[in-house]
Design a protein around this ligand. Sequence first.
Ligand code: FES
Ligand code: FES
Length: 149
Amino acid sequence: MITLNVNGVDYALLVDNRWSLADVLREKLGLTGTKTGCDRGECGSCAVLVDGVPMLSCMLLACSVSGRKITTIEGIGSVGNLDKLQQAFVNNEGIQCGICIPGIIVVSKALLEKNPKPTEDEVKEALSGNLCKCGNWPFIVKSVLEAAK
Ligand code: FES
Ligand code: FES
């Protein structure tokens, strides 16, 4: 049995010791906004915040984060109540296929919490662990910079 606080809601869950946090979020809680692109720590699409720090949920055993506070893309904004980052991505065509975007938004959220006015280089550095196979980088970076205005 593990406990998690996910997006402000407390859960007590029976999970297999081998399950990753990504598996639990997606399969047990139905929070499919967190994407699993590679499932081996290479793409960043599964990033979530663990106590406010971006981490790769495919590389974390769920049992290793028992008792921690998890924020997924579903906890950052919602339809009709977009976070300023999400709105900036809409404004700047920062989204193409979209699979990388939840991880990028989550990592950007943590960046702006720590550094509300990042430079372009700081945005690129923060997102260096996130891959976008659509190659939409100029618009992704522009979106994060707009959200920081
Ligand atoms: S799915 Fe976790 S890093 Fe790719
Ligand atoms: S928008 Fe398609 S992978 Fe990034």
